[in-house]
Ligand binder design. Structure first.
Ligand SMILES: C[S@@+](CC[C@H](N)C(=O)[O-])C[C@H]1O[C@@H](n2cnc3c(N)ncnc32)[C@H](O)[C@@H]1O
Ligand code: SF4
Ligand code: SF4
Length: 385
């Protein structure tokens, strides 16, 4: 008898099925975990960094055993993808041990790092037990610009870390945040990444306010680049691929066909936070999202399952309390604003954030979707600006 053929599907299709196959299943499929807020660099835009030698912070951090115990509970609850970030993860002397234990739990790991503390030993271990991806921030491509962003002259160390991983075929992606300190060099950074790796790199102009308890504040916003300059950069970097232009053109096409392209629902969170996604801070506070520190659960006091279950009422079913201009916005599908942004910027989960709004409007105008800005209105909603 011929065995029945097993249908083969690609990895991205599989991921799509896992994430969306069972619409509303409350499973913590993907998470992020800040292992420390301490960092060896001191980026002017940073929302979370504490000095590397901050002893109080270090003492409060979860231990390797605590992390391993929580990771076991996450896996039991259905966890699969996990992002490890900071601060700087490689600043923890026990990082490689933690990494090995999380790998043993079967989690699919992505690492965020500034790359400057990657040694041969680290690179060898990552080559032997590969993560899904290592994303390295490259804040400049000349020593002066790099140090202007990070306040530490560490460009060479960063490039060394990148090369150590690349030489061992560890999968990496380079990225950067656009700030007033590296704006003039940004096209050169992109060109360098393309020359060295044949890749474009991910960049983000969106800079949030600081979130660390007791040290919240607007300081990072001082290095935000004005929206018009962000859009000029987008146009230069998108010219070859038209990726960003394509997303706006799709919206125009759909709107012309009469399809309602507005994002959103009656719920505050429509992004999967608390439904399929979670976050853990260095001290064991479980939240639904990295940007929403105010709705949390202490994993030193109870189990992951208890905290996760509490998010159904506290996050997932949270209804909007009012109408804002976002409800009538026809370009909301491309907006990077979200309840987390609103909370950090205004202390309110629903208040629109002017900066992301300006960037999205500028992009819509620049990429041929200006006609959408004033076409769709929701009855009774405030007029979209
Ligand atoms: C907090 S860092 C942690 C990992 C590592 N230290 C690094 O720099 O990549 C993670 C990412 O967040 C970015 N980031 C830092 N402060 C930010 C802010 N205020 N708004 C948006 N992104 C920020 C960093 O530039 C980096 O790309
Ligand atoms: S390297 Fe990362 S964590 Fe450190 S200060 Fe810069 S952005 Fe923040
Ligand atoms: S572009 Fe402005 S109005 Fe539209 S969704 Fe974003 S913040 Fe809201």
């Amino acid at each position: 008898m011929t065995p029945a053929a097993v249908p083969a599907i690609g990895y991205s299709q599989l991921v799509e099925r896992i994430k969306h196959g069972d619409g509303m299943a409350h499973v913590p499929l993907e998470g992020s975990w800040e292992l420390t807020y301490r960092c060896n660099l001191a980026c002017t835009h940073c929302w979370v960094n504490l000095p590397a030698g901050d002893r109080r912070a270090r003492q409060r951090e979860l231990t390797g055993d605590e992390i391993d115990r929580i990771a076991g509970e996450i896996v039991d609850a259905g966890g699969l993808w996990l992002l490890l970030t900071g601060g700087e993860i490689f600043l923890r002397p026990d990082f490689l041990d933690i990494y090995r234990r999380l790998k043993r739990r079967g989690l699919l790991l992505t690492l965020y790092t500034n790359g400057t503390m990657i040694t041969e030993r680290t690179a060898d271990l990552l080559a032997e037990y590969p993560p899904s991806l290592v994303e390295i921030s490259l804040y400049g491509i000349t020593p002066g610009t790099y140090a202007a962003v990070t306040e530490v002259p560490a460009l060479e160390r960063c490039l060394r870390g990148i090369r150590l991983l690349r030489d061992r075929d560890v999968k990496i992606r380079l990225k950067s945040v656009v700030t007033t300190a590296n704006y003039d060099e940004f096209l050169d950074i992109a060109a360098w990444v393309k020359r060295e790796f044949g890749l474009r790199f991910r960049y983000d102009p969106n800079i949030n306010f600081r979130k660390i308890e007791g040290r919240e504040g607007t300081a990072p916003a001082r290095v935000r680049v004005p929206a018009s300059q962000v859009v000029a950069l987008d146009q230069a970097l998108d010219a070859e691929t038209d990726d960003l232009r394509g997303t706006y053109q799709d919206m125009v096409d759909k709107a012309r066909q009469g399809i309602d392209i507005r994002r959103g629902s009656g719920y505050v969170f429509d992004c999967g936070a608390g439904l399929n996604a979670y976050h853990i801070d260095p001290y064991g506070r479980l939240t639904s999202c990295m940007m929403v520190p105010s709705i949390g659960y202490d994993l030193r006091e109870g189990s992951f399952r208890e905290g996760w279950d509490s998010f159904l009422e506290r996050v997932v079913y949270l209804k909007k309390t009012r109408t804002t201009r976002c409800d009538s916005c026809a370009i909301s599908g491309n907006c990077t604003g979200c309840p987390g942004w609103s909370l950090l910027e205004h202390g309110d989960l629903e208040e629109p954030v002017d900066y992301v709004c300006d960037v999205n409007h500028g992009r819509a105008q620049a990429f041929g979707a200006g006609e959408l800005i004033s076409t769709i209105r929701m009855k009774g909603a405030p007029v979209h600006g």
